[in-house]
Design a protein around this ligand. Structure first.
Ligand SMILES: C[S@@+](CC[C@H](N)C(=O)[O-])C[C@H]1O[C@@H](n2cnc3c(N)ncnc32)[C@H](O)[C@@H]1O
Length: 231
């Protein structure tokens, strides 16, 4: 029990996040999600892309906390951080031989999430959370909360096809020319284009949408990012 508690404190500690960040920046042949976020923030800074940071799939806040760091590093003081999660883990998943996900995976309650971020020096007043399964929470109330906002960086880390379909449908009105969208699990399901985030994006693009997705960067181990352009 004690060992478990100590291990948890180490995982949540600020200095662990710093070591991960430094290791990530120094690794010269492997860009992970943290490197990708750094690139995305720098891209939007150089190109003066307006808008906030949206993250779909928060778990214990690793990438969300890192986005907070990048917001500071790149002087994006105008940027709000918005997090979207059930705080109950993944919803039910479909049976598929290459599916590694299961219902309830990545459960982390909202108070737990806020405590982890606070341990990294990020107070709850510095971000906004939209709680609930996307099928319920990505609704008119959420759109009203986001009224007038745009999204410069969108981080999609919700793993599943259905969840990603709901996210893509929701974000349409927030995307601007130069928004960066990152799919953390694009090459999951052993890279099968008929599954997961990859399939959701392909389906979305096939519909009549006003968005173009220009392939930007692949990142380790399973991610891919795109630059969005309005048609
Ligand atoms: C892989 S974890 C996110 C990891 C996180 N970005 C990190 O830095 O470690 C996936 C998250 O997506 C959330 N999620 C997936 N589908 C969802 C849905 N339909 N509604 C709400 N949350 C969802 C889960 O609750 C979980 O927290």
């Amino acid at each position: 029990m004690l060992i478990k508690r100590i291990a948890k404190q180490i995982v949540d500690a600020e200095w662990v996040a710093r070591i991960i960040e430094v290791m990530d920046r120094r690794s010269d042949n492997r860009m992970t999600e943290l490197g990708m976020l750094s690139q995305a923030f720098e891209f939007t800074k150089i190109n003066e892309v307006p808008g906030d940071y949206f993250e779909f799939g928060l778990w214990r806040g690793k990438t969300f906390g890192y986005a907070h760091r990048m917001k500071r590093r790149y002087g994006r003081h105008d940027m709000k951080l918005w997090g979207f999660d059930s705080f109950q883990g993944l919803p039910a998943t479909e049976k598929h031989p290459d599916n590694i996900w299961y219902e309830g995976q990545f459960a982390c309650t909202r108070p737990e999430f806020e405590t982890i971020l606070a341990s990294r020096g990020i107070q709850s007043s510095e971000y906004e959370l939209i709680e609930g399964f996307y099928s319920d929470s990505l609704n008119d109330v959420a759109h009203r909360r986001l009224s007038g906002r745009k999204a410069a960086v969108i981080y999609v880390d919700c793993d599943l096809y259905d969840s990603t379909v709901q996210v893509l449908d929701f974000i349409q009105s927030y995307v601007v020319n130069g928004s960066i969208i990152c799919f953390d699990d694009f090459y999951n399901y052993k890279g099968d284009p008929e599954q997961g985030e990859q399939r959701a994006l392909a389906d979305f693009v096939r519909q009549e949408t006003h968005l173009n997705f220009i392939p930007y960067l692949d990142y380790a181990p399973l991610g891919k990012s795109f630059i969005c352009r309005l048609k």
